[in-house]
Write a protein of this length. Structure first.
Length: 248
């Protein structure tokens, strides 16, 4: 589904254009020996009553002295599986399903209706620095807000080991005027063989939020030109590559 974005150029002139998802197509296809193309189908594997925890609770084991209790439980569940196949529900296992919905569950595998989300902040070495309630962010790509050039150019050959691109969108014109507007952008970036960092806020350095309640991203604009054709791509990243610090 296409969405709109307001984008400003280096001179601060802005226009509302189309932001189109641009997923990568797989270069590999799977087929049968007769070259018939395969397809993916969701099926039911099991339900909560056939999990390891559920089967262990059904056994109601009493700890034996001198033997690790977790090992006792594992051995008992394994023996029960060998004898009676309780982990297979012959009525449900293997049934095809078409639509699914995400449901949050607790440690007892029961649905919960009130969830408290937390956001964990890690250091470059992988240590937990902070745990906090996530901030609710409002979208800032259209309406009164728009995305600006930050003025920070990054040569293409230097960015591959700086950030991880998570999303990619193609920016498309909606009429002749926006074609000229975007073509000029793409040509400037193509000639400089660089990406420009873009973002929200007065200086174009604030994170980009695509929709209300969405995640913040850093934006990088890439332009390609061939004749009178152009391709303008918005790369989004929320991960920065940093070397692991050697404490020794």
């Amino acid at each position: 589904m296409n969405r709109y974005i307001k984008l400003a150029n280096v001179r601060g002139r802005d226009a509302e254009i189309i932001l189109k998802p641009n997923p990568l197509e797989s270069l590999v296809t799977l087929s049968l020996p007769n070259k018939e193309i395969t397809f993916t189908q969701k099926i039911i594997k099991s339900h909560s009553k056939t999990t390891f925890e559920a089967m262990a609770s059904e056994l109601k084991l009493k700890p034996e002295l001198g033997i690790d209790y977790e090992l006792q439980v594992a051995n008992a569940v394994a023996q029960n599986i060998i004898e009676s196949d309780p982990e297979i529900d012959f009525e449900l296992a293997g049934r095809y399903i078409s639509e699914v919905s995400k449901v949050y569950i607790n440690e007892s595998l029961k649905p919960v209706f009130s969830v408290k989300k937390t956001e964990n902040i890690f250091s470059p070495s992988g240590e937990l620095k902070q745990s906090r309630i996530p901030k609710y962010l409002e979208g800032n790509i259209t309406g009164d807000s728009f995305i600006k050039w930050s003025g920070k150019l990054l040569p293409k050959h230097q960015i591959f080991n700086k950030v991880v691109f998570e999303k990619k969108y193609q920016i498309k014109h909606v009429n002749g005027l926006t074609y000229d507007f975007l073509f000029e952008m793409a040509k400037e970036l193509n000639d400089k063989d660089a990406l420009i960092m873009v973002g929200a806020g007065p200086s174009g350095k604030d994170p980009i939020v695509l929709n209300d309640g969405g995640n913040p991203y850093r934006g990088f604009l890439e332009g390609r030109v061939k004749g009178d054709k152009y391709c303008l791509l918005l790369h989004l990243s929320d991960q920065e590559l940093k070397p692991i610090l050697d404490e020794n």
